[in-house]
Write a protein that binds this ligand. Structure first.
Ligand code: DGP
Length: 118
């Protein structure tokens, strides 16, 4: 069940400010409030999807294409295609997903190391 009161839904409604990087009809990209790398940007779809699983399984094809195209445009805008970036999306309790609106983390700006799990 999607929670309309989650913080990213509130950002999408303009109730809470964000440091916007890029926006399309399908997606919004903004700086993470607790950056874990020199570049740490979140990309969220404008539709109400709880997680990557929900989005990938249920969103219409144009929303999925529009979202991932916005991710690509965001990494280009950030200038991180070279030397590289990492995409992470947490789903559920074991992954410690803390905001129940699908989001992809773009991490970049330094060598990110070999360990995906601490
Ligand atoms: P996750 O653990 O994958 O659900 O990551 C949620 C991220 O959202 C976390 O890195 C911190 C970020 N975050 C939480 N609240 C806010 C907020 O109000 N504004 C912004 N810009 N980021 C937030």
């Amino acid at each position: 069940m999607y929670d309309q009161a989650n913080i990213f839904a509130r950002i999408l409604r303009g109730e809470i400010p964000c440091k916007r990087v890029y926006e399309t009809d399908h997606a919004l990209a903004f700086h993470d409030i607790q950056p874990q790398a020199p570049v740490h940007v979140l990309v969220i779809p404008k539709g109400a999807y709880v997680s990557a699983q929900d989005f990938s399984a249920t969103a219409p094809a144009d929303a999925i294409a529009g979202f991932w195209r916005a991710v690509a445009e965001t990494t280009a805008l950030l200038g991180v295609i070279e030397p590289g970036f990492r995409l992470i999306s947490n789903h559920g309790r074991d992954a410690l997903q803390s905001v129940p609106h699908f989001h992809v983390h773009i991490l970049a700006g330094k060598s990110l190391g070999v360990h995906l799990v601490p």
